[in-house]
Design a protein around this ligand. Structure first.
Ligand code: MN3
Length: 206
């Protein structure tokens, strides 16, 4: 059972004008697909050939197989990112998530400014996450393929801050991309479902 590339949860043009269909097209069908292909190439015929993607990520991390970890974690991180983006305007955190945001950050605007500062300021490639850890919410940065699954944290939302996420649209101006995502595209319904679930979101298996 190989890992498969799931469908996008939206059409490539649905996030315009904030992220172009061209950016989504390359990001999904070139970058994301290549991580899936590299993961399958690395597990073929081995002990992880029929493992879930989550099992592959934790096993690769435990055996310090960085090539496999990078491919598998990037496969997982990207699907989580697609789910973190929504073209629907006006979606808001559930009352339970809103209460946790108020407790941990002071309010939704305070959380958004903290996420924005982390995403704009993150050095080089990586990811910025809203996570639940130890009973409270936090903004977490991971470098390269870093994934909260190996950090004892439950991810609620993520923003990809690798250059390929915005370079076609904004060139070097990452802040424009970060603001467009935070102000218009974050999927608070997805974050709320993750917050209210007893388990961590699972990558869809074929
Ligand atoms: Mn990416």
């Amino acid at each position: 059972m190989a890992i498969h590339l799931p469908d996008l949860p939206f059409s490539p043009a649905d996030l315009e004008p904030h992220i172009s269909a061209e950016t989504i097209g390359f990001h999904y069908s070139k970058h994301h697909k290549s991580y899936v292909d590299k993961t399958n190439g690395a597990i073929e015929g081995g002990s992880l050939a029929s493992a879930s993607l989550e099992e592959i990520i934790t096993a690769a991390d435990a055996r310090d197989d960085r090539a496999l970890f990078n491919a598998a974690a990037q496969t997982w991180n990207h699907q989580f990112y697609w789910e973190s983006l929504a073209p629907t305007q006006g979606n808001v955190p559930s009352s339970a998530l809103q209460a946790a945001i108020d407790k941990s950050f002071g309010g939704l605007d305070d959380l958004k400014s903290k996420l924005g500062a982390a995403a704009k300021g993150h050095f080089a490639s990586g990811w910025v996450w809203l996570v639940e850890k130890g009973g409270s919410l936090a903004v977490l940065e991971t470098h390269d393929a870093g994934c909260p699954l190996t950090m004892d944290a439950k991810p609620l939302l993520t923003i990809d801050v690798w250059e390929h996420a915005y370079y076609l649209d904004q060139q070097n101006e990452r802040p424009k991309y970060v603001e467009a995502v935070i102000d218009n595209l974050l999927n608070w319904q997805f974050a709320s479902a993750n917050f209210e679930s007893d388990s961590v979101w699972k990558f869809p298996q074929s």
